[in-house]
Design a protein around this ligand. Sequence first.
Ligand code: HEM
Length: 445
Amino acid sequence: MTDAPRPKIVSGAKPESGHYEEFLAHAAHFLYRAYQECGELAEFDLYGQKHILIASPDAQEAVYRAPDAVLSASAPYQYMVPVFGEGIQYGAPLEIERQQVKIFSNALRPAKMKGYAQVIAQEVEEFIADWGDEGEKDFHDTYKDLVLRTSTHCLMGGDFRRRLTDEFGALFHDLEESISPEAVIDAHSEEEAFKRRDRARAKLQTLLMKAVEERRAGARPEIPDMLETFLEARYADGTPLADELIPGMIVWIMFGGFHTSSNTAAWASVELARHPEYQKEVIAEVDRIYRKGEDLSLASLREMPVLEGFVSETLRLHPPLCTLMRQVMQPFAYKGYDFPIGTNIVISPYVSHRIPEVFPDPERFDPHRPEPDHVFALIPFGGGKRKCVGNSFAFLQVKSILTALLSRYELSLVDPPETYREVMPSLILRPSAPCKLRYTRREKA
Ligand code: HEM
């Protein structure tokens, strides 16, 4: 026998459903328990589907470096196909999907970011202009509203954004609700949430197709937006991206960035309010950069190490996506252990960010924590060739929001600190409701 690590099996499986009920109740908490009980490799079962949680920087590196033909992202994420549509992302062949991601990267190039920074700054300033001297708000809902405005404006232009109604946000809400553990098992079952998802997706197709047709008829955005990139996009062989697929691209990019960014801004605000001493440090940096007359769009593009460190620690403790999956398609081994073909490998940033050998005293929020040496230890945006393409855009949004807010207000908790809990009504981690914070106009320095 070799010393190869073999996965231990997580306790508590039920005869038919395995660990499904516990996974359904709170996927991140279940995975953390699995790691605490079993260590680096933990095997669990969801209705007969074998899953192995891997939790160590080395194991994460091995998975992220494996080719798609060996570890597929598409196979375990098929539940996303009804959300984005056939022909998009995991509903498209691998070589097309990779080119679609490249089109996204073009839409998020640094040259375009300057325009987005202007749009975001304008939206944020307008949004908080009438907040008065003090008040209380649910910061989760507030940021959802704000990020919907900033994202749609950058994506679809000012005209679309000005016509934005509550319906658009509600349709995305219906899509988000369908990303659940139920979907991992069968995304086409008779569940009411899946029927709502399909209705919402059909409605979005009509709504967004109208915007595409307006552009084709000659309408132009004030500042180059992401839709422009999609309308001009060509695959490597010169074929244009079909117009009917553009709504799917928009839904995909919105989906990738909407709840993830708004949840991050909400958690960052909760942590600012929980830690007045760190809030002072961030405010001092904001004042140094922003209040010397610099405009918000430029300020938010600048390096802000204190604020960035704060957001990074927020993403360590509260990574919005915490069940990343790959399916074993061809023999794959790690430290001598052969993963059976068909197994789903799970990487959880929530778990890997709590490994005490890498992040000592992991539950403590510490924005001064040194960056880990291992490149695959801190992975809120994933890693390898499938790492998030929107991370700079996400940072731009969150930095703009917090810079504008902290230049005017201080944040404090309304409820006891421990009542701001992490919940998972879908597969996305978010703060519990209500996520109420108080904002108070700062004394002029
Ligand atoms: C705080 C905000 C965000 C977080 C935490 C986040 C997290 C992630 C993670 C973990 C992945 C990898 C998934 C995997 O390996 O299975 C990913 C991929 C992706 N994200 Fe983000 N994301 C954020 C914001 C955004 C934004 C703003 C956009 C778009 C503007 C975006 C677009 C994408 C896309 C297109 C992919 C797929 C990349 C590929 O398959 O190569 N994300 N994101």
